[in-house]
Write a protein that binds this ligand. Sequence first.
Ligand code: TXA
Ligand code: MG
Length: 352
Amino acid sequence: MKTELVKIEEDNIDEKALEAIERAGKIMKEGGLVAFPTETVYGLGGDALNPESSKKIYAAKGRPSDNPLIVHVCCMEDVEKIVSEVPEAAYKLADAFWPGPLTMIMNKSDAVPKETTGGLDTVAIRMPSNKIAAQLIKAEGGYIAAPSANISGRPSPTVAKYCVEDLDGKIEMIIDGGQVGIGLESTIVDLTVDTPMILRPGYITFEMLQNVLGSVDVDKTIIDANSKLKPKAPGMKYRHYAPKGELTIVEGSQQNVVEYINKEAKSYMNEGKRVGIICTDATFDLYKADEVKSAGNRENEETIAKQLFKILREFDDENVDVMFSESFDESGIGQAIMNRLLKAAGHHVEHV
Ligand code: TXA
Ligand code: MG
């Protein structure tokens, strides 16, 4: 299959862009697949109400079909048609955070095929704020099933280049909307339980949800490496990303961390290994290795969220054998950053 690549600027959706978006919507309506930008990461979209489209999505990603897809909508009325009932909490959360990087789990109606929900009776729903995504959902007719647009086991794409790398030749179209704003996948909150529960941390933090809902639980498996429990979001059980190299997170005082990483890096490089380091602006000049990359500024962890997956992809491209990363504060969006980093590291943490 020839994959068409279309460039659209989110802040300049002109006639030509609209025409391309209409065409992309039609492709999905007719059962095809289109990768597109959202504010979190790129999504691989198909018609959420067509079981054949969902099957194609699993096939293109090489994803196990028990791992449910998120249904993307563009208005609240459309949510009502795909759930058995909209819980009060959903209206409150939608008021506060939609359109935006929050996914809510509700009990599904018969309109949603089980192929889309990985066999579950619940459905994950999100209303993205990215303007290209919003237009595209409208053009498609209202319901786009979209996992992140990567091959299963690779980091979610934050630039279109990585959609091309993973999906070229397998889908009808890729819309390049530039680098995404957030860089980590949406927060997922389950509203089918008595106390709403966070199943995946993201840009919308525990504190933000608590402010709106009063009480919120967190799935214990999100951060705890030793948890024997099964994660409640089926996808969270997979080690999201198996980097080509081995990643270790190093935790401790800044001085100890820098000393430890430099010592390890030196000894690996002496063995002829390529070493990559993920650090921050403040420590960038202190490291010596083949590839040293600052993820951003600790004072503003959003900068780190935005760069993390891109850096991990770059290390793969650069054939890095061994990677070290500084550790991050687990409050606010730090919880999401550490959740993704721990998964990439297979929970390998050194305390120094
Ligand atoms: O930011 C995002 O959420 C991106 C963009 C494209 O919207 N999408 C995304 O989708 O990250 P994906 O498929 O890579 O991750 C969806 C996660 C998986 O861990 C899946 O198991 C969980 O959501 N999930 C989906 N439906 C669920 C359900 N009914 N119950 C529990 N977990 C569910
Ligand atoms: Mg994913």
